[in-house]
Design a protein around this ligand. Structure first.
Ligand code: ADP
Ligand code: GLC
Length: 477
């Protein structure tokens, strides 16, 4: 088996704020059949060390960015987890990135420490002698891992930097250079300097051997100013080393045939789906919905186009549609959604909160899942929608564009459509997509054909895992 060390700030089932955690948690299982043993290094946020059960210390330091630290190695759900225990950095109340709406002031140091330890372990500094051929870093929190390796002149370890979302760039003031243990000589335009500040994501992008992102369309988009958000030049320069590899769906967690949170069903036996729909209507306090029941499970942010939804729900509900949303996020967007609920009692229902089990019940009971994102590196909820026969209505961008075949006269005639796609990402096009949804849902033959095709679409990890395996092999030899 080849060995890969994955370093990230989140990992299912330990800690999750978004799709990054799903992907980091699924990769080890997906890569094992490809011949790769992947260990995952994550910070020991409060309570995590206890979840690991029997674990042994494999590394320690008296002064890791201002305090003592150790790495615990243990197994969870078949995956080897390396927990970085450093109470001065991670053991504190609030969220993993922020408390009371404000980022932790020492976030640069918190994740620099994680990367420092990743680089140590990649050099074989763990007392168990485990040394990976490849170090795989995720997003800005992992960006300094390939950088520390490169700046220390380490050879013999290949490095991969994956962008899950370029909007978060790990910006720190230049005055933190020494505190972050970065070489002043690399504070340049072709190093990690970014408009006078430090960018930990850029550090990863300029030092990693290869760069990946989570869909082929996003890989292209990233090289354009409207999507690259300042890093388009850096990425265009590395176009030859940049590759888009789609995420997959973890079948152990997301399969309507075996999902313990729902009435199970399959493409051949759809009766259970109707029962889930009934239950969902009841759970959300919705009345009889003759049109499509659309769901949203999302962070409520501008990225996700939630503001666009607020403007088109009246038309959709007026045309017979029903709407159920689960999410948390920007207060203004939460308020806009709650206002729509108040206008449409029994037709529009909003749950502000985070609830994994409810998310499963929504994918099982909905007719369609709406994902009107302005940009979407990959997106997971449209893929859950495909698996559960809950037709995705998506903006034609990023991974949404790569996973959903939009209904058009040609794709319907060819029997290929698995969803509805719209472009440009504005309220006019979104309203049009919702009219199309009502229309298609009203044609039972077309609609059931789409559901069956959606459920058969391959959104598994097998293709993506092969691509990662090939990438690691190219670096390990
Ligand atoms: P992003 O990572 O940008 O938020 P993704 O679509 O990649 O978008 O992943 C989002 C993940 O978070 C999915 O697994 C989705 O089901 C989950 N999720 C988002 N909001 C909620 C919520 N309020 N309750 C439960 N799960 C949620
Ligand atoms: C980011 C992106 C999302 C992607 C996820 C996992 O959170 O916003 O599109 O699916 O990472 O790669």
């Amino acid at each position: 088996m080849g060995k890969v060390l994955s370093v990230a700030s989140e990992c299912v089932p330990l800690v999750k704020t978004g799709g990054l955690a799903d992907v980091v948690g699924a990769l080890p299982g997906a890569l094992a059949p490809e011949g790769w043993e992947m260990r995952v290094l994550v910070p020991a946020y409060p309570g995590l060390a206890a979840r690991l059960g029997k674990a042994k210390g494999i590394w320690q330091d008296d002064n890791l960015f201002g305090g003592p630290a150790q790495v615990l190695c243990g197994r969870l759900d078949g995956v080897t987890i390396l927990l970085l225990v450093a109470p001065h950095l991670y053991d504190r109340p609030g969220g993993i990135y922020s408390a009371e709406g404000r980022d932790h002031a020492d976030n640069p140091e918190r994740f620099a420490a994680l990367c420092w330890v990743a680089a140590e372990l990649a050099r074989g500094a763990g007392s168990d002698g485990w040394r990976p051929e490849v170090l795989h870093a995720h997003d800005w929190q992992g960006g300094l891992a390939p950088a520390y390796l490169r700046y220390s002149g380490t050879t013999g370890v290949g490095t991969v930097m994956t962008i899950h979302n370029v909007a978060f760039q790990g910006i720190a003031p230049a005055s933190r250079l020494a505190a972050l243990r970065l070489p002043p000589g690399a504070f340049t335009r072709d190093g990690f300097e970014y408009y006078g500040s430090i960018s930990t994501l850029k550090a990863g992008l300029v030092t990693a051997d290869r760069i990946t992102t989570v869909s082929p369309t996003y890989a292209e988009e990233l090289m354009r100013p409207d999507f690259g958000l300042g890093l388009e030049g850096v990425l265009a320069e590395r176009a030859g080393d940049l590759q888009g590899i789609l995420n997959g769906v973890d079948a152990a967690v997301w399969s309507p045939e075996t999902d313990a949170a729902i009435v199970p069903y399959s493409a051949r036996r759809l009766a259970g789906k109707a029962e889930n729909r009934q239950r969902l209507l009841r759970e959300f306090g919705l009345g009889v919905i003759e049109g499509p029941l659309a769901i949203v499970v999302s962070r409520l942010t501008e990225q996700k186009g939630i503001d666009l939804l607020a403007g088109v729900l009246d038309g959709f509900a007026g045309a017979g549609g029903g709407f159920a949303l689960l999410g948390t996020g920007e207060p203004g967007l939460e308020a806009a959604m709650l206002a729509a609920e108040a206008r449409w009692p029994g037709r529009v229902a909003i749950r502000i909160g985070y609830d994994e089990a409810l998310a499963h019940r929504m994918f099982a009971g909905g007719d369609a899942v709406l994902v009107p994102s302005r940009f979407e590196p990959c997106g997971l909820t449209q893929m859950y929608g495909l698996r559960y026969g809950t037709i995705p209505v998506v903006a034609a961008t990023g991974g949404l564009n790569d996973t959903v075949i939009g209904a058009s006269p040609a794709s319907l005639l060819a029997g290929a459509a698995t969803g509805i796609a719209f472009h440009p990402v504005d309220s006019v096009a979104l309203a049009g997509a919702l009219r199309r949804l009502v229309q298609l849902h009203g044609d039972p033959r077309l609609w059931s054909g789409m559901i069956r095709r959606a459920m058969k679409a391959d959104v598994s990890w097998s293709g993506p895992a092969r691509a990662y395996g090939a990438l690691y092999r190219s670096l390990a030899t």
